[in-house]
Design a protein around this ligand. Sequence first.
Ligand SMILES: Cc1ncc(COP(=O)(O)O)c(C=O)c1O
Length: 370
Amino acid sequence: MAIGNTFCNLAVESINGLSPYQPGKPIDELQRELGLDNIVKLASNENPLGASSAVKNAIANSIDKLSQYPDGSGFYLKKALSEKLGVSADIITLGNGSNDVLDVIARVFLSKGREAVYSQYAFVVYALATQSVGATARVAQSTAYGHDLNAMAALVNEKTSVVFIANPNNPTGTWLEADELESFIKRMPAHVIVVLDEAYCEYLDQGESVDTIGWLNKYANLVITRTFSKAYGLAGLRVGYAVSHPEVTDLLNRVRQPFNVNSLALVAAEAAVKDEQYINKSRELNCKGLRQLSEGFDLLGLSYIPSVGNFISLEVGEKTADVYLKLLQHGVIVRPIATYNLPTFLRVSVGLPAENKMFLVALEKVLQDV
Ligand SMILES: Cc1ncc(COP(=O)(O)O)c(C=O)c1O
């Protein structure tokens, strides 16, 4: 029987240095702790609209098949995605959320002695996936809280196997213009897999939105990842996907778990892909919510990082931890981002208009109180 920290000694070296991912505080937990009735969670960039009725019907129609394994190939979901994206289903890899896909990419292309490049303030899973396979992270200094692509390119060398870029970026909400991004991808050597994480791309308005899927025809080393957790409103079901060169897709499929997307998630995501109206509604609601929040911050004299995602990171100052705790007492859960080395910021997800208002009212009170 191992005692003390003996099990840590047994773990592979790269795992000992990892810290677990810290999710947003669940509503139930705050309810248990404070016994509040009215709680709003604006902490995990979820879709405040909830799942659409098309999704709920699809799930209800599949509920009798729970004793059967899901379709391990995800045939119908891939078919729906292939029609929507205009690509062959053979270049799609499904995942248990896009985190799963990011992890699979790391397991396929990274290992001890290899390097991954990403930006300061990048999505934390890039660090977790890189470290968990023993690879070395090269972190480029950010500019104005966003990606500095020249700084990233300068870190690329013969050991670099993967470059991770989130566009829009979480937690900062910053955005890279298509020209700039494409010329970076063009500059990347063929031995570097460029992961373009588009978890929030559906929130972009038409002017900002670019056919990055079309770039796959030009850049064989490009892998695009997307998710159903954000604009599609299915975070609880865990579905994401990658679109990549067929050989890369084949490699990813060798490593992913055989039934990594469950049967309810498959039918729900398939219904969601076909529901253009829901996505348009989500985008419009988000756009109004971003405006409502930024106007609220302006009125309170708070600075924030302009965002094109479904969240905004605002600067609260040295009392950020206190503000976070006091907001909880008002029933508002937001996300401290000290783990991203942004200890004076809070990230707030866009909610329904009344939820955003509840947050802004609570924030004003709390700021007078700290
Ligand atoms: C940039 C980015 N990529 C990927 C993900 C992973 O999302 P999921 O695993 O729910 O698909 C997130 C979630 O917050 C994210 O912010």
